[in-house]
Design a protein. Structure first.
Length: 302
């Protein structure tokens, strides 16, 4: 009789321990399970796995057909999976595209994935009242410290929607309202054509594009106001350019879009008064508009 009681006791105890272990396990498992982000993550991975033959990509925010995302093909390719090459397609040697960095990001898919909740930072400002992320600024300064491509100590950082916006913002900021003649905006040939296009597009009484900086070399010490774009490395020729004009009435905008170690050797950290950088070239995310400018101001463009 005693043996039967003992056996029942051991059976009950073991069952209770097993049941508790099972319940604990399922509670712990549920704790680690995704809830609201799960279907978004499943959708994101499903669209990323659509094959576009290496010549295109499908996006959740892209084209859909019959409720399903479809391939958006790179130039010269077509067809439902971008496998059809259009013979006679002309190569566009006039512009670039950062798609060459796509394989890098795919190789770092888990590290670079970002989950954004629908209620992410809806306020105009951060809790310290500023409208610029201190954490982002810290990372940018750290990045420059690691790559040793710019001095950021004691500098302000301004953000814009791509450096294109900040290039013209800098021209506006550096030209004077009350000047008798518009500031002469120049760049040495060959220069990035957007400098001229934007300066003319935003037609202003305060500034005017005046072509090649070298043409004004002998007049730059006069009281005429000049704004020179200095691009280093230069687009289109990759040269590490320096300012052509000097003088008390010359202001220089240093465009350092490509001043990163994977594009050029970095002889010394850039240290201009107005420096413009952009995420478009360092990471290749040209479609996500963010840039920055540093001054004794720094323009940062992202
Ligand atoms: C020299 C230079 N500056 C600025 C830009 C514009 O960059 P973002 O994409 O930040 O507007 C480019 C883009 O090609 C460039 O070549």
């Amino acid at each position: 009789m005693g043996k039967i009681h003992g056996f029942k006791y051991v059976l009950c105890l073991s069952s209770s321990i097993l049941l508790n272990l099972y319940l604990l396990d399922s509670v712990l498992r549920r704790d680690g399970e995704l809830t609201w982000s799960k279907s978004a993550a499943v959708e994101a991975e499903a669209v990323a796995s659509i094959s576009c033959s290496g010549h295109g990509r499908a996006f959740l925010d892209g084209l859909f057909s019959q409720g399903k995302p479809v391939c958006e093909c790179n130039s010269c390719y077509g067809g439902p999976d971008c496998s059809e090459f259009s013979s006679g397609c002309l190569a566009d040697a006039d512009g670039g595209n950062p798609l060459f960095l796509e394989p890098f990001w795919m190789a770092h898919a888990a590290d670079s994935a970002v989950v954004v909740a629908g209620w992410h930072r809806m306020s105009y400002s951060f809790d310290d009242g500023s409208s610029i992320s201190k954490e982002l600024q810290r990372h940018i300064r750290q990045l420059h410290a690691v790559t040793r491509n710019a001095v950021t100590e004691g500098r302000f950082i301004l953000f814009g929607t791509g450096s294109t916006q900040l290039l013209i913002a800098a021209v506006h900021a550096l030209s004077q309202d009350d000047s008798p003649s518009p500031a002469r905006v120049v760049a040495s040939i060959p220069f990035y054509p957007v400098y001229e296009m934007q300066t003319e597009f935003f037609r202003s009484v305060d500034f005017k594009f005046q072509g090649d900086a070298s043409d004004w070399k002998n007049t730059s010490s006069s009281s005429l106001n000049f704004i020179e774009f200095v691009t280093s490395p230069n687009n289109p020729d990759g040269q590490l350019k320096e300012a052509v004009l000097q003088g008390p009435f010359v202001k220089t905008i240093h465009d350092h879009a490509y001043y990163w170690p994977h594009f050029t050797a970095i002889p010394a950290p850039a240290n201009g008064d107005v420096m413009i950088f952009t995420m478009s070239k360092i990471t290749g995310h040209a479609g996500s508009r963010f840039g920055y400018h540093s001054r004794t101001i720094t323009y940062y463009v992202i």
